[in-house]
Design a protein around this ligand. Structure first.
Ligand code: ATP
Length: 367
């Protein structure tokens, strides 16, 4: 039997009459790097704390492996949590900070570790995290990145069944965050253990996760791998939340195989039209990612209407150029490859890659 490592079964968490998590069903696979992504207040931390045992579900069950852990206290769950404020003991050395949880276990916990075993675990973890030469220092003598590594080390030495991360990188600067992301991925590959990671940063989620659950107001919007989330968002919320810069979105009406906008219309490819005929005459939301808005000069092979656009602002960033365009009153962001040379104030012809368009009705995706 292929058991999920962490499983939520109809889990609801209420704080008095406020529902923080609503009827959550999730199966996190053994060895998976699973990300919980959502805006502030969407219930991410509450979900993570329920795995750790720091919050108890109001309804439903949580399993770790085959064990129903819903009623189990945190210390019996064999999970380790890493927070954004690393909470290191300032008066202890890096070594003792990492050894602390194992030493504690001598006093009345399930397992007792010998001095040699503790030493081996601490040194192995330190090596993995490249902090072998920092072991005698105190946390106050370390950089933010090094402190975060110590916090990770403290979790690693415990050899937990599941790692839980609550925005562990959010206190680091952008460059360090990028470095630590790679380190975390390496760590996951080396340990092969289940990791559950909470973040509000979609880029972090996309780069780290094998799969991502997108949460909104305590409810799961979609669970998928990053590329599927990007290419096939199931609803408007996911379409807007995933991808930076955001997907362009405009209202239109489906009429005789065309999407009608204010001032122009776009022909829907035949095969796609066959699938959405039933929405004739309805108001739909058309979504197109900035990279699927093309300069017609560089898209000769692409079918579709050429639309006149005014170039308002250009942002060349080297690897690509962002162009803020206007078609009538519609503002469109395009992401062009660097060979596209355009200037603010000019006009140009654009074409949409209709095979990459998204269509939504009442917030739900139909294409
Ligand atoms: P953030 O990214 O801001 O941490 P989050 O997605 O992790 O947000 P949670 O911390 O899970 O969100 O909180 C979800 C909702 O539940 C919030 O509206 C929060 O105010 C509420 N909440 C969380 N903990 C409690 C509590 N102990 N008592 C009352 N309400 C709470």
């Amino acid at each position: 039997m292929n058991m999920a490592e962490v499983k939520f079964e109809n889990v609801t968490k209420k704080f008095e009459d406020f529902t923080a998590v609503e009827n959550l069903n999730l199966e996190i696979k053994d060895g998976e790097f699973f990300v919980i992504l959502g805006p502030s207040g969407s219930g991410k931390t509450t979900t993570l704390r329920m795995i750790a045992g720091l919050e108890k579900p109001t309804e439903g069950k949580i399993f770790i492996g085959e064990d129903d852990v819903t009623e189990l206290p945190p210390k019996e769950r064999n999970v380790a949590m890493v927070f954004q404020n690393y909470a290191l003991y300032p008066h202890l050395t890096v070594y003792d900070n990492m050894a602390f949880a194992l030493k504690l276990r001598r006093k009345g916990f399930r397992r007792v570790y010998s001095r040699e075993e503790i030493d081996e675990r601490v040194r192995n973890a330190a090596k993995m995290l490249h902090i072998e030469d920092q072991l005698e220092k105190k946390p106050g003598q370390l950089s933010g990145g090094q402190r975060q590594r110590v916090a990770l080390g403290r979790a690693i030495v415990r050899n937990p069944r599941v790692f839980l991360f609550d925005e562990p990188l959010s206190n680091l600067d952008a460059k360090l965050r990028m470095e630590m992301r790679v380190e975390l991925k390496k760590l996951h590959q080396a340990l092969g253990v289940t990791m559950v990671y909470v973040t509000h940063d979609q880029l972090e989620a996309m780069t780290l996760g094998n799969r991502i659950a997108v949460l909104n107001k305590g409810e799961v919007m979609q669970v998928d791998d990053p590329i599927t989330l990007y290419n096939n968002p199931r609803n408007l919320f996911v379409a807007k939340f995933i991808g930076s810069p955001e997907m362009n979105m405009f209202d239109c009406t489906l009429n005789a195989g065309y999407l009608e906008f204010d001032g122009f219309k776009l022909k829907v490819p035949e095969d796609i039209y066959e699938r959405i005929k039933e929405y004739e005459g309805k108001t739909l939301t058309f979504g197109i990612r900035p990279e699927d808005v093309l300069d017609s000069l560089f898209a000769k092979e692409l079918d579709g209407e050429r639309i006149e656009a005014k170039i308002e602002v250009i942002e060349p960033v080297g690897s690509e150029t962002f162009a803020h365009l206007k078609v009538g009153e519609m503002e469109i962001l395009a992401r062009f490859p660097p060979m596209v040379r355009v200037s603010a104030g000019e006009s140009m012809k654009i074409v949409f890659n209709m095979r990459k368009m998204h269509l939504f009705i009442d917030g739900e995706a139909i294409v």
